[in-house]
Design a protein around this ligand. Structure first.
Ligand code: PLP
Length: 287
């Protein structure tokens, strides 16, 4: 089955999926995006992703007329056309194509593109047992990282450092404070409580983060939404990260130092199980 993409209402061959060179996403990163997990052919947390997408468009003043119903149908049509039961769908909406000028164009319809890529979620379940390593990097990003824009250079450069260090993720530091990962939210566990940075302008409000907060509440696991430092993370009992494509992964080392005993801890495992149960509830997917 050929790989297919969506460009402004049309499903086209991936290799032929193009935007104009003066797309504002290319020239200014004037674009927002979402990544959703699809398991068993069903989109996980579609509604929260849609709410976040619309909020981000509103924050940037990008006017997009397509209603939720027809848009959901287009996304599902692309997923079905690609034929992968387990995949991720990438959605990007830019302010449109216009002669290059920093100020907004008068009348440019947004450019909407979507791509689909097969994804091995079973690998994430296996990683619950092994855990992953993170390194730290300075947070060099702009001041509104709560808006999910394609301006990701700070994230890209930090992730590359992690990759070259043999780590899964880079945790971004503002002074001593751990903000989040380059594409994940960051968590520690201390004295039976889970701790994660509060929402605001310094982190992306992750959809997986929200699910974990809700599941922790239901399981009566105590939660603190507050900034924590690198020193606290290094002294934590457990640590983990979360995102749509990572789900929940135990962090067993930070900058080469073991977290706790260097193995996934009990609260992390429990939350991982709860999150995968939620995935099964929504999609019917099982490892
Ligand atoms: C910087 C950043 N933080 C956190 C996340 C996690 O968000 P979500 O759980 O919605 O995937 C992402 C996801 O891409 C991200 O890019």
């Amino acid at each position: 089955m050929p790989q297919l993409a969506y460009v402004n209402g049309h499903i086209v061959h991936h290799a032929a999926a193009m935007l104009h060179v003066e797309d504002r996403g290319t020239q200014f990163a004037d674009a927002v995006y979402e990544v959703c997990a699809v398991l068993n052919g069903r989109i996980l947390d579609w509604q929260p992703h849609l709410v976040r997408l619309r909020r981000n468009l509103a924050e940037l003043g990008i006017v997009w007329s397509m209603a939720d119903g027809p848009f959901g149908l287009q996304a599902r049509r692309l997923i079905a056309a690609n034929g992968h039961a387990d995949c991720i769908i990438y959605i990007q909406i830019s302010r449109g194509t216009a002669r290059r000028d920093h100020a907004f164009p008068d009348a440019a319809p947004p450019n909407v593109v979507m791509t689909v890529r097969r994804f091995d979620f079973a690998q994430r379940v296996r990683q619950l047992d092994t855990g992953i390593k993170v390194v730290t990097q300075p947070d060099t990003r702009w001041g509104r990282v709560d808006i999910k824009t394609t301006g990701l250079l700070g994230n890209v450069l930090a992730k590359q450092v992690a990759r070259e260090a043999g780590a899964f993720e880079a945790w971004l530091l503002d002074g001593e404070t751990v903000r989040e990962g380059s594409s994940t939210n960051a968590w520690i566990v201390k004295g039976g409580r889970i701790i994660t940075h509060p929402t605001g302008t310094h982190i992306l409000p992750g959809i997986a983060r929200d699910s974990i907060l809700r599941l922790a509440g239901e399981a009566q696991i105590l939660v603190e939404e507050r900034p924590f430092t690198l020193a606290e993370a290094l002294a934590a009992d457990e640590a983990f990260l979360s995102s749509t494509t990572s789900l929940l992964l135990p962090v067993v080392a930070i900058d080469g130092e073991k977290v706790g005993d260097g193995r996934p801890g009990p609260i992390t495992r429990r939350l991982g199980e709860l999150l995968w149960a939620e995935v099964a509830r929504q999609t019917g997917w099982r490892a």
